[in-house]
Design a protein around this ligand. Structure first.
Ligand SMILES: Cc1ncc(COP(=O)(O)O)c(C=O)c1O
Length: 378
């Protein structure tokens, strides 16, 4: 078993998570307090030892690894031409607003959601149309009626987080097909951000259904965004990739890319390859550890804070805590007073909610949850 229990000092390492507010205990931004799989570190060390860091291209064994990943884990046969390598996934969301819409058009998404989904419309001068997910007894679902009411002829894009950050939801095949048909009916391009798809906590119970698994005519209007960064904790290296099966969409996307994006880091390619090629045993250990943390968090919050709502967390290491029924106006301030740095739900489109990152040592999580429960009770 991989040791995820031993704390690792991250303060003073230029860490966004730990060094932004050194006065607080951080459980906010989506990176984990674990070292990456040893194979990833070894691949990086080997590349660093070469000592020359000129411009890089995606080397053939990386491309083969990505195609193998798409085949074996996602279940689609893809080709090298369909892949667009990127230095991160958020820039792809931004590019999509320029590639598939014109200023004055609109972008549709569902909330609560990862904050850049609520900001990238500005990059393309688009209108934002957002629809709340419905809390269906802990499984947050699409509000199809509200979506039909919100979509207009100006709508050109739907941005989806699947699995959903911050709700931890894994959308089913049926929901994905319904969404694909909705996009087809309203002539929308579906941008499916699947960065968390290898963090499904019980893959037998809630298997991932990628936009790439949609029937052909629906898949033709999709852009699927994938990355090893969340799963293998290598977000700081900057690597993601888009799979765009349709030639015309792919041309529009790469044209929008222009000369804006920097070259991809020569180390990132090697880390990505090692993660996908060798990281599976480590990933299985990680999922087991995260399941324990998920269960601990759910128990502590539901028992300690009657009225607070935690979704059924099917994926990610992020927990959404809806505090609207508690007698606390500003839960984020209470958390801060207790010494905790959490994510404020307001940035995800819902006030009086918190997001907790449980990708950390269980003992540290337990301590933080106790502080949080006491703070929100008082
Ligand atoms: C849904 C989602 N998309 C994208 C990102 C960030 O991607 P990148 O760091 O590759 O820009 C995150 C990070 O938390 C995320 O949760």
């Amino acid at each position: 078993m991989t040791d995820f229990d031993t704390p690792i000092t991250r303060r003073g390492t230029g860490s966004l998570k730990w060094d932004r507010r050194p006065d607080l205990d951080p459980l906010w931004v989506a990176d984990m307090d674990f070292t990456s799989p040893p194979e990833v570190t070894n691949a990086l060390t080997q590349r660093v030892n070469h000592g020359v860091f000129g411009y890089a291209v995606p080397h053939q064994s990386l491309v083969d690894t990505l195609l193998g990943y798409l085949q074996n884990r996602i279940g689609v046969t893809s080709s090298e031409e369909q892949i667009v390598h990127l230095g991160g996934l958020v820039p792809a969301l931004s590019l999509a607003t320029k590639a598939f819409a014109s200023p004055g058009d609109a972008l549709l998404t569902c909330t609560p959601v990862y904050p850049p989904f609520l900001g990238v419309h500005n990059d393309g001068n688009l209108e934002l149309q957002s629809v709340d997910h419905l809390d269906n007894d802990g499984a947050w679902i699409m509000d199809w009626d509200a979506l039909e009411q919100s979509v207009t002829p100006k709508s050109k894009l739907f941005i989806l987080s699947n699995p959903q950050n911050p709700l931890g939801r894994v959308f089913t095949k049926e929901e994905m097909i319904q969404l694909g048909e909705f996009c087809q009916r309203h002539d929308l391009v579906l941008i499916s951000d699947e960065i968390h798809c290898d963090l499904i906590l019980d893959e037998d119970a809630t298997p991932h259904f990628s936009a790439l698994n949609l029937p052909d005519e629906l898949r033709e209007r999709t852009v699927t965004l994938l990355a090893p960064s969340k799963t293998y904790n290598i977000a700081g290296l900057g690597y993601a990739f888009a799979v765009i099966p349709n030639d015309s969409l792919r041309r529009k996307f790469t044209t929008a890319k222009g000369h804006i994006l920097p070259e991809i880091n020569c180390l990132a390619y090697y880390a990505a390859e090692a993660a996908y090629r060798h990281g599976e045993p480590w990933r299985q250990d990680l999922l087991a550890y995260l399941r324990t943390n998920r269960d601990l968090l759910t128990k502590k919050i539901t028992e300690g804070l009657p009225g607070a709502r935690v979704p059924n967390i099917e994926a990610t290491y992020l927990a959404w805590i809806d505090c609207k029924a508690l007698s606390v106006d500003q839960p984020i301030e209470k958390a801060e007073e207790a010494g905790l740095f959490l994510s404020d739900g307001a940035f995800f489109g819902h006030k009086r909610c918190l997001r907790v990152n449980f990708g950390t040592q269980t003992a540290r999580l337990e301590n933080a949850l106790e502080l949080l429960v006491t703070a929100l009770r008082s």
